[in-house]
Structure formats: structure tokens, C-alpha cells
Design a protein around this ligand. Structure first.
Ligand SMILES: C[S@@+](CC[C@H](N)C(=O)[O-])C[C@H]1O[C@@H](n2cnc3c(N)ncnc32)[C@H](O)[C@@H]1O
Length: 277
């Protein structure tokens, strides 16, 4: 049994959880990314968790607007495809990890899941998710909790599906998080990872890099009035993250099988779907 109560009637439940033990140190969390920290591999930065946390606290307010503008609205369709890959039905209990402002959790709720729990370590992002959940479209429960993806506060075998959109790349130790996802899934449960990737066709990859590395960082930084370096970290973190094939290897090593990949919009995003072994 998992630690959350199973609801008997559909209802909305929103929880702003207390500080988790894994929340990055406040002293470190005051800074985001500077050019020096982005010169190398941001995934190898010992302060990655604190920098990522500071960054999302800083950009939360304009996060949704920037997503819509800079993906030309495609992010909504990408999340809907992720929901489809999760095979939701009226009995499904779903954990959406790194839920941010709750857009994927809201789509899972709208798809008819019995229970959706969104977790994130940024309270600023969660506060927006909680505010938006008043407008949810589905009848099942939708709950938000503050928690660290690498140390989830749920019992083994708690969920039918675990989803994560644009979150895995931001976690300090993604393989550890993937093992946690496997632990909290029931055997046969589905894992769906939606993440940015680099187009394989060279001319499109060149155009995508021009946009994500030179245009978007300027415009998104202005929109967010950001000083955390979030939109310079974004393309750097995509370029230095394992490609879809290597990510499949991580997912396999974490105990998943039946791994499939779906490339979206010329390869700028990839959905990985896998089944807990
Ligand atoms: C790019 S946002 C994605 C938000 C949302 N899933 C979406 O589709 O828009 C990445 C999120 O990952 C969260 N995050 C990063 N590391 C985390 C961790 N270790 N535990 C929980 N959340 C984490 C951040 O706080 C942020 O809200």
C-alpha cells in the first residue's frame, strides 16, 4: 500500500507540502547559472540541484507564457501525446514527477485518470499548479506535493503510470530518479518520459541550434525578466544530455523493458515509453 489515501469519491485535493529533506540548501539556492558554470557540462556541476531549484523559483511566474511562445504552442500537443503514451483509463493512478506548473498533470486528469499526484521540489512552480488546478477538467483527484524525484515519498508499487515532462534532464542524478520511478510503479506500470532532444538531420539541427542557443535565450530572458540564466542553461543542458538512444540505456538499466521512442516535431522532443519489469 502506498502512503496516500485512496479516494472514494472524485474530488480535488491540493497540498502544499512542507520542506522536504532533499530540498537544496537555501544558502546555495540563491544563485542560478552564470557563463562560467555553463562553459562545461551543467549536468556534472556539483551544485546542479541548487542552481536548478533557484532557476525555477526565479522563472515560475512567466514559465507557462514562455513555453507557449517559444514552442509556438507545440508544448501543449507534446504533453497530450505523452498522456496518450501513458494509456490512462478510469482506474489509473498516476504520478507526474517534476510537475512544475501542472500542465501535464492537468492533461492526465482531463484524460480521466482516477488519481493524479504531481510532485516537484520548487514551491513557486507548485503554487502555480495548485492555483491552476481549480480549473481542472477531469473528475478524478488531482493532488500536488513537494518532493524530490530522487527520493519519492511513496511506497513501492504505488502507481499504474509515472510521467515526467522536461524534468529528467533537470534532475541532479537522472539514473537514480529512474530507479525511484521503477520502485513506485506497479509491475507492468508505464513510464513516460517527454524530453527535449536534438534533431538528427543536420540542417534541421543547425536551424534548431540557431533558434535555441541564440534567439530564444534572449527573448525568453526578456519575457521572464530573468537573471538566473535559465534560458542559457536550457539549450546547454539539452546539448550535454544523453541522446535518446543513450537515455533508453539508462531506462533499461533502471529495470524497465518494452522501451519505445517517438520522435516529435523533427526530433526536437522525444517520448520514451517503457514498462516496469
Ligand atoms: C522544465 S520544468 C517541467 C515542468 C512540467 N513538467 C512541464 O511539463 O512544464 C522542470 C521541473 O523539474 C523540477 N525539478 C528539477 N529537479 C527536481 C527534483 N530533483 N525533484 C523534483 N522536481 C525537480 C523543477 O522544479 C521544474 O519545475
Amino acid at each position: 500500500m502506498r502512503s496516500l489515501q485512496t479516494p472514494t469519491t472524485p474530488r480535488l485535493r491540493t497540498v502544499s507540502a512542507v520542506k522536504t529533506s532533499a530540498e537544496p540548501d537555501r544558502a546555495q539556492a540563491s544563485h542560478g547559472w552564470d557563463p562560467r558554470s555553463l562553459a562545461g557540462d551543467p549536468h556534472a556541476d556539483v551544485e546542479k540541484a541548487a542552481r536548478v531549484h533557484a532557476m525555477f523559483e526565479a522563472i515560475a511566474r512567466r514559465y507557462d507564457l514562455n513555453n507557449r511562445l517559444h514552442s509556438f504552442g507545440r508544448d501543449v500537443a507534446w504533453r497530450r501525446l505523452a498522456v496518450r503514451a501513458a494509456d490512462i483509463d478510469a482506474a489509473s493512478t498516476v504520478l507526474d514527477v517534476a510537475c512544475g506548473t501542472g500542465d501535464l498533470a492537468a492533461e492526465l486528469n482531463a484524460a480521466g485518470a482516477r488519481e493524479v499526484v504531481g510532485v516537484d521540489f520548487s514551491q513557486a512552480m507548485l503554487d502555480l499548479a495548485i492555483a491552476k488546478s481549480a480549473r481542472r477538467r477531469g473528475g478524478g483527484t488531482l493532488e500536488y506535493r513537494r518532493a524530490d524525484a530522487m527520493s519519492l515519498p511513496f511506497d513501492d508499487g504505488s502507481f499504474d503510470a509515472v510521467t515526467i515532462a522536461f524534468g529528467l534532464r533537470n534532475i541532479a542524478d537522472p539514473p537514480r530518479a529512474l530507479r525511484e520511478f521503477r520502485r513506485v510503479l506497479k509491475p507492468g506500470g508505464r513510464l513516460v518520459v517527454l524530453e527535449f532532444s536534438e534533431p538528427r538531420f543536420a540542417p534541421i539541427r543547425w536551424a534548431n541550434r540557431l533558434y535555441t542557443e541564440h534567439i530564444m535565450p534572449v527573448t525568453a530572458t526578456i519575457v521572464a525578466a530573468d537573471r538566473s540564466g535559465a534560458y542559457r542553461y536550457l539549450p546547454r543542458s539539452v546539448r550535454t544530455f544523453p541522446d535518446p538512444l543513450a537515455l533508453s540505456g539508462w531506462i533499461s538499466a533502471a529495470g524497465f523493458g518494452e522501451i519505445s521512442r517517438q520522435s516529435l516535431t523533427f526530433g526536437v522532443c522525444t517520448i520514451h515509453r517503457a514498462v516496469a519489469g
